[in-house]
Design a protein around this ligand. Structure first.
Ligand SMILES: [Zn+2]
Length: 127
C-alpha cells in the first residue's frame, strides 16, 4: 500500500514527512498526518489540527541534495536512487514476489524526485 504522505510527495514534488517542521501562512507548524490528499498539521501553540492543501501557503524546509539523484520508479512508483546514467538503480519490489527485482530497474524514472520549498500558492508579501 502506498501511504498518502508518499502520494503527496509524488504528486506535488514536496518533501512532506510525518513530524516535519513547516511554515503555514507564516506560522511555524508540525506535520502530524495526511489523508485524502491533504496534510494535517498543528500550528505551534494551537490545540487543534489544521487540514490544508500541500500547495497552499505552506513553506517546506530545504532538503539537502542526496549524493545520488533520486527518481520515482515508473513501475513500483517508489522514491528510488538513480544511476549516473539517469536511469533507476536496481531495486527490489514488493508487488507480487518480494524477492523479485523491480521491472523498473534500469529504466527511466516516471519523474525525478524534487523537493520544492515554496510550491503553489503563497501569501503575497509586500516588497
Ligand atoms: Zn521500481
Amino acid at each position: 500500500m502506498t501511504s498518502t504522505m508518499e502520494w503527496i510527495r509524488r504528486t506535488y514534488d514536496v518533501p512532506a514527512r510525518h513530524g516535519m517542521r513547516i511554515e503555514y501562512d507564516g506560522k511555524p507548524a508540525t506535520i502530524v498526518g495526511a489523508g485524502g490528499g491533504y496534510l494535517r498539521f498543528r500550528i505551534d501553540g494551537e490545540k487543534r489540527r489544521t487540514v490544508g492543501h500541500p500547495c497552499y501557503r505552506i513553506v517546506y524546509p530545504a532538503v539537502p541534495e542526496p549524493a545520488r539523484p533520486r527518481g520515482w520508479c515508473q513501475c513500483c512508483l517508489k522514491d528510488r536512487a538513480m544511476t549516473k546514467d539517469c536511469v533507476m538503480g536496481n531495486h527490489r519490489w514488493y508487488g507480487r514476489n518480494w524477492s523479485e527485482q523491480c521491472p523498473g530497474s534500469g529504466k527511466f524514472p516516471w519523474k525525478p524526485v524534487r523537493n520544492l520549498t515554496h510550491p503553489g500558492e503563497q501569501r503575497q508579501v509586500a516588497a
